[in-house]
Design a protein. Structure first.
Length: 734
C-alpha cells in the first residue's frame, strides 16, 4: 500500500501585537480579531483602575502603588489625574511617567513585536519615552480603526485559505476570488503600516493551499491576495512576488514569450535573498519556504518544458547563479561541505564472491517507463530487481516541486547526518512530526537499497533524490537523465558525491546536463551517452499498406511539446498526403497554458481541408500495426532527448523527417544522433524531403535505407552490451 504524503508544518509566521491605551474606554469594545490567531496574536493593556473591563482580558497598568504612609491618598490623587488626562485626550509626559513605573509593561513587551497606540495620549507618551518599547514598532492611533478592521478581515481570510486543503473543499469560485481580492485591497485602503503588512503570513497561506492536486486553486488565490499594494522589497523577499509570477505562468495570463527575463531573474534573486536573510536570522523553516518559492519560479515548466527556447538551456550558469550563490541552498545540500569527488566504484561487488552475479536495483521513474530494454540487457549478467518507489510512496511521486519538498528533504538529510554521527551544526530545519514521517519512507527506501551492488536510478526525480542521499557508499549509483527531468529542479537536489556517473540518451542532453551540473554543483560527475535500448526494433519491419507511401505519421502526439501543429502545417502543403496520429490524445480538460494550443488544434482537425485526411489511432500495445500505414515518420517536437517513436518508425521502413528540435538546436540537436539527411531546418525543407522520398521510384528504397540506418545505429544487442559494460563492467555471458 502506498505510504501517505509527507507534509511539512511550514514556518511559524507571526507578529505579536500589544494594544495599548491610556484608559480601558479607548480599547475596542469587542475583540478586534481572534486573540488566539497564529498570525497576529494580541494582548491589550490600559491605564486606570482594574475595575474597568472589556469582553476580553485586559492587563491594567496601575498608575501608583501605595507603599508607605499617605500612599492611599497619593494613589487616589494619581487616579484622578489619570482620569483627567484621559478625558482631555492624553498627557504624554504624565502617561509616560506612569508607564515607566509600571511593573507589568516590561513583561508584556517581552512577547510583543508591535505596539499599537490606540489614543493620542499613548502615542504622545511613547514618543516622549521611546526607550519604553525597546525599539519595537509603534503604530499611530490614527491607523487603528481601519487598520484593525482590515487586519481582522485578512486573518479570517487566511484562515479560510489554509483550511480549504484540510477540509477537502478545493474549488475557488469567482465569488470567493472577488471577496479575497477585496479583502487584500482593503489593506491598502486602510493604510496599514508596513510593520503589520502580513507578507509572510499571506505567502505561507498560499504555500499551505498549494499541495499537490490543488495547484490551480492556489494560483488563483495568489493573484487575489497579491491585489494589495505591498511594499516591493518585502514582497520579493517573502516569496510572494515569486509565487505571483509562477501563478501567472500557470494560469496562462503570462506567456513564456512575454516574460522579461531580467525581471524574472530579479524576482528569483529576491526570494533567494529572503531565504538567506531568514537563515541568518535563525529562521531555517522560513528560509526553506522562501527557497522553495524561488525554485518553483526558476524551474517553472511554462518557461522551459514545451517552448522553443529557454535561458536555462542556453546559459545554465547565468540562469542558475542565484541558486549557486544561496547560503540556504548550500547549507541544505552540503552541510560542512560535500566531498570534492564522487564515490569511487567498488573493485568487486560488495559482499559477494568474485565472479558471482551482481545484484542490480533499477529504480523506475515518475515521468515514464523507458527502462524495459535496459532491464532485459542487465538480466543477462546480473540479478535485477525493479522497484517503483514513486508508486509505493506518495512523497516520491511528485513531478512538480511543492512546499513540502524541501522540508522533507531537510529532514532526510538531517536523519542521514545523525546516523553518520554528524549534523550537530545543522539548523533545526523541521519539527519532530515531519522527521517521523520522513523516517518511515527513508527506512523503506533503505530496505530496497540494502545488499545491492549497483543502483540505476532512471530519471532525475524525487525517488532519485532520496536514493542519492540514502545509497550506501559501497554501492555504485548511476543516474539516467532523459529530457524533461533535466529541466526540473530535482537534478539540483541530488547528492552528487554519491553518484558514480550520469547517463543520458543523446549528445544534446549530455551537453546540457554537464552544464547544468557545473552551474550549481562543485562535484565533478562524468556524464556520458548511451542510447535507448529498444528491443523490438528488429520486429517492426512489416509489409506496408498500399497508401503508406503518401501517408505521414507520428508516434506520440498528445502533448504540446510534440507540436502536432507543425505536422498539420506540413500536411497542408499537399492535398494528396494523409496523416496518422498514433497514441493518446490530449485530455478533455487541459491546463490554461495548453488550452489555446488544444483549442486551435480541435478547430484545425475539424476543418474541411483536414478532417478527412487526419486519422487518430489511440494507444496500442503493438506499435508495429499502425506503422504499416505510415510511409513517412515525423518528429516535429520542440524538444526530444532521443524520440523512441521516430526510431521505431524508421525501423519499420518509414522514411524519417526530423525537425531540428528548437530547444536543443544550439546544442547540436538531432543531427548529433541521426543521419544528417533525416533532419530539416524548416517546413520548406520538410516539404522538399517528403516530395523527394515519396516519389514512386524512390520511396521503397528510401524506406529500406532508413530501416538499415536505424538498426545499425541503435542495434539492441550492441546497446544492451554497452549498458552491461557501463553498469556492470562485464559483457553478457556466452
Amino acid at each position: 500500500m502506498p505510504s501517505r504524503p509527507v507534509r511539512a508544518g511550514g514556518p511559524v509566521v507571526r507578529v505579536r501585537v500589544l494594544l495599548l491605551a491610556l484608559s480601558v474606554d479607548a480599547l475596542p469594545a469587542d475583540p478586534p480579531w481572534d486573540p488566539g490567531s497564529h498570525r497576529w496574536p494580541w494582548t491589550a493593556a490600559a491605564g486606570g483602575p482594574a475595575g474597568d473591563t472589556r469582553g476580553y482580558d485586559v492587563t491594567h497598568l496601575p498608575v501608583a502603588r501605595p507603599s508607605r504612609a499617605g500612599g492611599l491618598a497619593r494613589a487616589a490623587l494619581a487616579r484622578v489625574r489619570h482620569a483627567g488626562r484621559a478625558d482631555r485626550g492624553g498627557d504624554g509626559d504624565g502617561w509616560a511617567l506612569d508607564l515607566r513605573s509600571s511593573t507589568e509593561l516590561p513583561g508584556l513587551l517581552r512577547t510583543t513585536d508591535v505596539v499599537w497606540a490606540l489614543d493620542a495620549g499613548t502615542e504622545a507618551a511613547l514618543a516622549t519615552a521611546p526607550e519604553l518599547v525597546g525599539g519595537r514598532a509603534v503604530l499611530p492611533a490614527a491607523s487603528w480603526p481601519a487598520g484593525g478592521r482590515a487586519l481582522a478581515g485578512l486573518d479570517r481570510l487566511l484562515e479560510e485559505v489554509e483550511a480549504r486543503p484540510r477540509g477537502g473543499r478545493t474549488r475557488v469560485s469567482p465569488a470567493d476570488l472577488r471577496r479575497w481580492r477585496e479583502t487584500a485591497e482593503g489593506l491598502s485602503a486602510a493604510g496599514l503600516p508596513d510593520a503589520l503588512r502580513p507578507l509572510d503570513a499571506v505567502t505561507e497561506a498560499l504555500r499551505v493551499h498549494r499541495v499537490r492536486r490543488r495547484a490551480a486553486a492556489a494560483d488563483r488565490a495568489a493573484v487575489a491576495l497579491d491585489a494589495a499594494d505591498w511594499p516591493q522589497d518585502p514582497r520579493g523577499a517573502s516569496g510572494l512576488a515569486g509565487r505571483r509570477t509562477a501563478a501567472d505562468l500557470s494560469l496562462g495570463t503570462l506567456r513564456w514569450e512575454e516574460v522579461d527575463e531580467d525581471e524574472l531573474a530579479a524576482v528569483a534573486r529576491a526570494a533567494v535573498r529572503g531565504a538567506d536573510e531568514a537563515l541568518a536570522a535563525d529562521e531555517p523553516a522560513l528560509a526553506l519556504a522562501r527557497l522553495g518559492d524561488a525554485l518553483s519560479l526558476l524551474f517553472h515548466r511554462a518557461l522551459h518544458a514545451e517552448v522553443p527556447r529557454s535561458p536555462l538551456v542556453e546559459d545554465p550558469a547565468v540562469y542558475l547563479a542565484p541558486l549557486r550563490g544561496s547560503s540556504t541552498y548550500r547549507t541544505l545540500l552540503m552541510p560542512g561541505g560535500a566531498s570534492a569527488q564522487p564515490t569511487a566504484a567498488p573493485t568487486a561487488p560488495a559482499g559477494r564472491p568474485p565472479g558471482d552475479r551482481p545484484g542490480v536495483l533499477v529504480v523506475t521513474g515518475a515521468y515514464g517507463a523507458f527502462h524495459g530494454g535496459v532491464v532485459a540487457a542487465l538480466r543477462q549478467a546480473a540479478e535485477v530487481t525493479v522497484k517503483d518507489l514513486a508508486a509505493e510512496h506518495d512523497a516520491l511521486s511528485a513531478k512538480v516541486l511543492d512546499p513540502s519538498t524541501l522540508p522533507a528533504l531537510a529532514a532526510l538529510i538531517a536523519r542521514v547526518g545523525a546516523q553518520g554521527g554528524g549534523g550537530e551544526d545543522r539548523p533545526a530545519w523541521v519539527d519532530r512530526r515531519l522527521a517521523r514521517q520522513v523516517a518511515g519512507v527513508a527506512a523503506s527506501v533503505e530496505e530496497a537499497l540494502a545488499g545491492q551492488d549497483v543502483v540505476l536510478a532512471d530519471w532525475a526525480d524525487p525517488a532519485t533524490v532520496w536514493v542519492s542521499h540514502l545509497c550506501p557508499p559501497t554501492t555504485r549509483l548511476v543516474v539516467r537523465v532523459h529530457a524533461l527531468d533535466a529541466l526540473d529542479p530535482w537534478l539540483h537536489l541530488v547528492r552528487w558525491d554519491r553518484v558514480e556517473r550520469v547517463v543520458t540518451v543523446s549528445e544534446p542532453l549530455r551537453s546540457l546536463v554537464a552544464d547544468l551540473l557545473a552551474a550549481v554543483s562543485d562535484v565533478p560527475v562524468p556524464v556520458e551517452v548511451l542510447p535507448h535500448a529498444v528491443t523490438r526494433l528488429p520486429d517492426l519491419a512489416r509489409d506496408k499498406t498500399q497508401t503508406a507511401r503518401t501517408t505521414l505519421g507520428m508516434i506520440g502526439w498528445g502533448r504540446r511539446v510534440k507540436d502536432v501543429h507543425w505536422a498539420l502545417d506540413l500536411l497542408e502543403r499537399d492535398p494528396a498526403w494523409e496523416l496518422v496520429l498514433v497514441g493518446a490524445d490530449f485530455p478533455r480538460s487541459v491546463n490554461p497554458v495548453v488550452e489555446p494550443f488544444v483549442t486551435r488544434l480541435r478547430e484545425r482537425l475539424a476543418s474541411p481541408g483536414l478532417r478527412d485526411r487526419v486519422h487518430l489511432v489511440g494507444q496500442v500495445d503493438d506499435v508495429g500495426e499502425p506503422l504499416r500505414r505510415i510511409g513517412v515518420i515525423l518528429s516535429t517536437s520542440v524538444r526530444e532527448s532521443w524520440h523512441v517513436g521516430l526510431v521505431e518508425g524508421a525501423a519499420s521502413g518509414a522514411v524519417p523527417v526530423v525537425r531540428d528540435w528548437p530547444l536543443l538546436a544550439s546544442r547540436g540537436g538531432p543531427r548529433t544522433l541521426f543521419p544528417d539527411e533525416w533532419v530539416v531546418d524548416d517546413l520548406d525543407q520538410a516539404e522538399a524531403r517528403v516530395r523527394r522520398v515519396t516519389a514512386p521510384g524512390a520511396w521503397a528504397q528510401e524506406g529500406a535505407r532508413a530501416r538499415e540506418q536505424a538498426l545499425s545505429l541503435f542495434d539492441p544487442d550492441a546497446v544492451g552490451e554497452a549498458y552491461r559494460r557501463v553498469l556492470l563492467g562485464v559483457p553478457a555471458p556466452d
